[in-house]
Design a protein around this ligand. Structure first.
Ligand SMILES: Nc1nc2c(c(=O)[nH]1)N[C@H]1C(S)=C(S)[C@@H](COP(=O)(O)OP(=O)(O)OC[C@H]3O[C@@H](n4cnc5c(=O)[nH]c(N)nc54)[C@H](O)[C@@H]3O)O[C@H]1N2
Ligand SMILES: Nc1nc2c(c(=O)[nH]1)N[C@H]1C(S)=C(S)[C@@H](COP(=O)(O)OP(=O)(O)OC[C@H]3O[C@@H](n4cnc5c(=O)[nH]c(N)nc54)[C@H](O)[C@@H]3O)O[C@H]1N2
Ligand code: SF4
Ligand SMILES: [Mo]
Length: 738
């Protein structure tokens, strides 16, 4: 738990009278607390348990929730400070209408009028150009009830195929690869399996800054003797304490995994019985990795060959292990291949679906997992169902009370949706919980598209940079103003509890959506009175699907600190560990533990190809981008939380001392970074924790400070994830003031 570095009086003067100590001691303000609400953090996919302190209809602080098993009261700086958002002066308390003459470009609008005008604009566009001329973008920070409702709203009320979500920028490479290999898209294990693992392998995840509580799991395992291997172009904070660090060249992970498998085969470090009984496709894969000799692997990955051999030996000979990865291997134009490479070495080792033997992607947003399960993806229906499958369509259409033929077919990914705006095919847009102008690559293109729209409405609690292009802004709800469920990185479905009412004219997001449906005169199916009713429908819609929530109830979640899906009946205890050969589900299916008709996992040939934009003489450096501990995503929320913003007030350029010397750059110098798309001026940080051929910039800032103006809109052909982790740039020192 963090200690406050300064006296409480000083802090109180700085941040107002509502500050509470992490331990829950009150300041001298004498503020009395009305109640404590057990809920979860609004930020990352770890979904730490937290108790919010409520006084006079405001969240004024927090207490640790020590019983919640995942984090046992621990929180990172973002969780500790999240309560400072609600009282921020920028909080949207009314609807807004674009008005160039008004200060800030917007003027307040009565909520009913904002709804009426938005509905009228949608109706007009759809009457003139067809249903598909309107698009929807939503988000994975939303509860599963809202994510479900957005999928239904787009298909049933708006009748458009064009809905997608910000998880497209996040975990879809892992999702697609997991479905190909396992037939299901969920982290395979509860985090408790990390604790007893002998070997922990982490590829492309800055665990200490982005999944801070997982650090505790890794360190506990280390205390019991576990070895930790980290693969990253940067020595991340966790890597500083690891046993073997592989400073890989960005964009080469599949080559490394193929090279590891090559050595596993050569040295016979394989679980033949597991491969035989529970998998298909090994021979073809083995053939494909023959070319990945240690020498070639090391060369392609920019690694010392000895490191590759050592990593293979540790992996090959471990008796228990846990492999984790995050966006470092997923944010690539071949992100799915990278993840398949990782899955192949897990399956070949046979160390999955057992105690202390696991594999998982570390999910990103608060509901990164749940947000990709129930139909806000462009090709998906609730329960992880496929929108192009006639049986799946018939099931969901039945729940929704529409004819299967009335459901649109698959739409397009979030970036493609902008291309359709550019081409004039999509003329109107509604966004909820997404800030694409900051978070999408090659973002100057995105900004131009926003200005081409005939009508754009945004729902948010802050006027984010994308919403600044809106015609109408509708004031939505903060996480603590609504309730519902989310699914954590572990696959644990947990409850978000309402702590306070929405202030001013702000509304719970799902009410805004239903108000729009009513104003569009298509209210049928959008008349829920409470998130619990939406959840009950979601359960039925998911029943029989791979992502089966039908046996999960709010009460059951309350009783057991969450329920892991699949949970196909109310008597079912839920499934903390997927792929257990003798588990309830598997025995019931009478097949192997994987989610294909024969119960067997699929080895998949994982092909290597370099990043779409390789370095050359003109642009000789690899730019990779990512995060820092105190800021979250596009920064809309954390840039407004004083103590977090102060930790990292602006982006910077991270360069190795050798590169700095070559470029004549010193710490603190202003550097000009240019890609083929745009340029940015940044302050230089010289660090010996990065490869000399790579530079790093965090992406949480907007406008002239946004690195996404430089990144490339290359996408993985299967998952459509953008290649945020590698593009070509050049860097030069700017004379002061130029
Ligand atoms: N503080 C904080 N925490 C967050 C978030 C946040 O914004 N701030 N966001 C949440 C979300 S939505 C997400 S998706 C997760 C993201 O969590 P992470 O994926 O852990 O975070 P990133 O910083 O995007 O990238 C992870 C690491 O990948 C490395 N990397 C870059 N290129 C490569 C490569 O080619 N190969 C390998 N092996 N590594 C590479 C980077 O150096 C970086 O250390 O974090 C979640 N948690
Ligand atoms: N260069 C680069 N770019 C990246 C990445 C990278 O590593 N490098 N990472 C990518 C990843 S992994 C991600 S997940 C995306 C994230 O990108 P975005 O999803 O665009 O980022 P957010 O900051 O989450 O924006 C969401 C908006 O939703 C609002 N919001 C949050 N919760 C709620 C809610 O409950 N209700 C309502 N109404 N609004 C809400 C916030 O105020 C914010 O304005 O960025 C991607 N972009
Ligand atoms: S680790 Fe994630 S969920 Fe936990 S407090 Fe930090 S941001 Fe919140
Ligand atoms: Mo993410």
């Amino acid at each position: 738990m963090s200690k406050l570095p300064v006296a409480p009086e000083q802090l109180e003067a700085h941040y107002g009278p509502h500050l509470q100590f992490p331990g829950g001691k009150h300041l001298q303000s004498g503020l009395e607390i009305d109640r404590l609400v057990k809920t979860h953090c609004c930020f990352c996919g770890q979904q730490c348990g937290i108790q919010l302190k409520v006084a006079h209809q405001q969240v004024v602080g927090f207490e640790p929730w020590e019983d919640f098993p995942f984090n046992r009261g621990m929180l990172c700086p973002k969780g500790i400070k999240r309560y400072l958002q609600g009282g921020h002066p920028d909080r949207l308390l009314t609807a807004l209408q674009r008005d160039p003459a008004a200060a800030g470009g917007f003027r307040p609008l009565e909520y009913p009028q904002a709804i009426a005008q938005t509905a009228a604009a949608i109706a007009k566009i759809q009457e003139q150009h067809g249903f598909a001329a309107f698009g929807v973008l939503s988000g994975a920070s939303l509860t599963s009830e809202k994510a479900y409702l957005m999928g239904k709203f787009a298909r049933v009320c708006l009748r458009t195929p064009y809905i997608d979500y910000n998880g497209r920028l996040c975990m879809v490479s892992a999702g697609a690869a997991n479905k190909k290999a396992f037939g299901v898209d969920r982290g395979g294990n509860p985090w408790s399996d990390i604790l007893g693992a002998e070997l922990i392998w982490i590829s492309g995840a800055n665990v200490a800054e982005c999944a801070p509580i997982t650090t505790h799991y890794v360190w506990q395992a280390r205390e019991q003797g576990a070895r930790v291997v980290v693969v990253d172009p940067r020595v991340t904070p966790l890597a500083r304490t690891c046993d073997l660090f592989l400073p890989i060249k960005p964009g080469r992970d599949v080559a490394l995994f193929n090279g590891i498998l090559h050595l596993m085969i050569e040295k016979d470090w394989l679980d033949h019985a597991f491969i035989e009984k529970y998998t298909v496709g090994f021979e073809k894969l083995a053939e494909s990795v023959r070319e990945w000799t240690p020498r070639r692997t090391a060369q392609v990955c920019g690694l010392n060959q000895k490191l590759v051999e050592q990593a293979a030996e540790w992996w090959g000979t471990a008796s228990t292990s846990f492999l984790m990865h995050a966006r470092g291997i997923e944010h690539h134009s071949h992100g799915v291949q990278n993840v398949l490479g990782a899955i192949n070495i897990v399956l070949a080792s046979g160390r999955i679906g057992r105690e202390n033997c696991g594999y998982s992607t570390i999910t990103g947003q608060a509901n990164g997992q749940g947000g990709r399960e129930h139909g806000q993806k462009c090709d998906q229906l609730p329960g992880g169902r496929d929108i192009s499958n006639p049986e799946h369509r018939a099931h969901v259409a039945g729940i929704w009370g529409v004819a299967p033929d009335d459901l649109p077919q698959a739409g397009v990914d979030a970036y493609e949706l902008f291309r359709k705006i550019d081409q004039g095919e999509i003329k109107g847009l509604l966004t909820l919980c997404f800030n694409p102008k900051v978070s999408l690559p090659d973002s100057e293109f995105v900004a131009r598209c926003l200005d081409k729209l005939e009508f754009y409405a945004a729902i948010d609690f802050f006027l984010n940079e994308t919403a600044q292009h809106a015609d109408i802004v509708l004031p939505g709800s903060l996480q603590e103003e609504d309730e519902g469920v989310v699914c954590s990185a572990e696959g644990r479905v947990i409850r978000i509890r309402k702590a306070i009412d929405c202030p001013g004219e702000a509304r719970q997001d799902w009410r805004i959506i239903q108000d729009l449906a009513a104003a569009l005169k298509r209210p049928q199916g959008f008349e829920f009175q409470h998130p619990g009713q939406i959840f009950d429908e979601l359960r039925r819609a998911s029943q029989g699907g791979v992502v089966d929530y039908s046996g999960i109830t709010y009460e059951k979640i309350e009783a057991s600190y969450g329920v892991f899906w699949p949970c196909p009946s109310e008597e079912h205890p839920g499934t903390p560990r997927l792929f257990e050969p003798d588990s309830w589900n598997v025995v019931a299916r009478g097949q192997g533990p994987f989610y294909f008709p024969d119960g067997k996992a699929r080895f998949q040939v994982a092909d290597y190809s370099p990043p779409q934009e390789e370095v050359d003489e003109e642009y000789p450096l690899i730019l990779t981008t990512g995060r820092v501990i105190s800021q979250f995503l596009s920064g809309t929320q954390t840039r407004r939380i004083g103590p977090l913003a102060e930790m990292h007030p602006a982006p910077w350029l991270e360069v190795h001392p050798q590169l700095a010397a070559k470029l004549g750059l010193k710490a603190g110098d202003t550097a000009l970074v240019e890609s083929r798309r745009s340029s940015i001026e940044l302050t230089t940080k010289v660090v010996n924790t990065i490869r000399p051929d790579t530079v790093f910039v965090p992406y949480h800032w907007a406008g002239r400070e946004s690195i996404n103006r430089l990144t490339i809109a290359a996408q993985d052909p299967i998952s459509k994830i953008p290649e945020y982790k590698a593009c070509a740039v050049r860097v030069r020192r700017l004379e002061h003031g130029s």
